[in-house]
Design a binder for this molecule. Structure first.
Ligand SMILES: [Zn+2]
Length: 243
């Protein structure tokens, strides 16, 4: 029997938490991932407050409505999650998946005086001219105004490098968003390693970087396949994620 949109999103999102924990991309019992389940994007699934990514099951995910202000007072809803994810889902219906993390290498790049990802290889070039930057970190984000500000900063881009903080990636589906935040972390790991040599980088030309970025945009099925492979690994390791 075919799964409903919500059932499939629950499984895919639960798998994404497990994958990110497996890869060490989580932060303590913080950080949030959400996925829209209604056509207008306003009804969305999100992780409950302070539960470790590696233990989240499909049934643990909270179903919230971005228009329902009472959600802010739900005991299992983290205030920062509501202020950011609630506003993104309310304002950006195309954001079917919203992933917010503080992965080490991406966050290190976000902490530079001028956060940027110069194109030096295939991974970094994927993000050429395609990252929005937030340089206005002002402490833990727990107001709707802060979420609205971040949504506006994204504009028509899908990645927001959050200065002094971390990263947010939005996607057309959970699989593509997962692969995108994973590849960005990989790109930043390569970049930080290259910078750490103290030697000059060979930056790709704008033409080659743009061509490479477009090449990536033509293979969203690669991203979804990466996710499906990782999802199967997680299910084989612990089928409780399907519960
Ligand atoms: Zn954060």
């Amino acid at each position: 029997m075919a799964l409903s949109v919500e059932e499939q999103a629950r499984i895919d999102l639960a798998a994404t938490f497990r994958i990110l924990a497996h890869l060490g991309m989580h932060e303590a019992v913080a950080n949030h991932l959400s996925a829209a389940v209604s056509p207008d994007g306003k009804r969305f699934l999100i992780n409950p407050k302070w539960k470790h990514f590696s233990r989240i099951r499909a049934s643990d995910l909270l179903l919230l409505d971005a228009d329902d202000a009472a959600s802010a007072h739900h005991p299992d809803v983290d205030a920062t999650a509501w202020s950011i994810h609630g506003q993104i889902h309310r304002r950006l219906p195309d954001a079917r998946a919203v992933l917010h993390l503080h992965p080490v290498y991406t966050t290190a790049v976000a902490c530079l005086a001028t956060p940027h990802v110069p194109p030096i290889d295939q991974n970094t070039a994927r993000y050429f001219n395609r990252i929005a930057i937030d340089d206005m970190y002002g402490g833990m984000a727990d107001t709707e105004a802060e979420g609205a500000r971040l949504a506006a900063l994204l504009g028509d881009r899908r990645r927001l490098l959050m200065g002094n903080h971390g990263v947010m990636v939005i996607g057309a589906n959970i699989g593509e968003a997962f692969d995108d935040i994973w590849t960005l972390e990989r790109a930043c790991q390569i970049l930080v390693t290259a910078w750490s040599t103290g030697r000059p980088l060979r930056i790709l030309s704008d033409d080659v970087a743009e061509k490479t970025a477009r090449g990536w945009e033509q293979i969203p099925d690669f991203s979804r396949r990466h996710f499906e492979e990782m999802k199967q690994l997680m299910i084989e390791a612990d089928a409780s994620l399907l519960d």
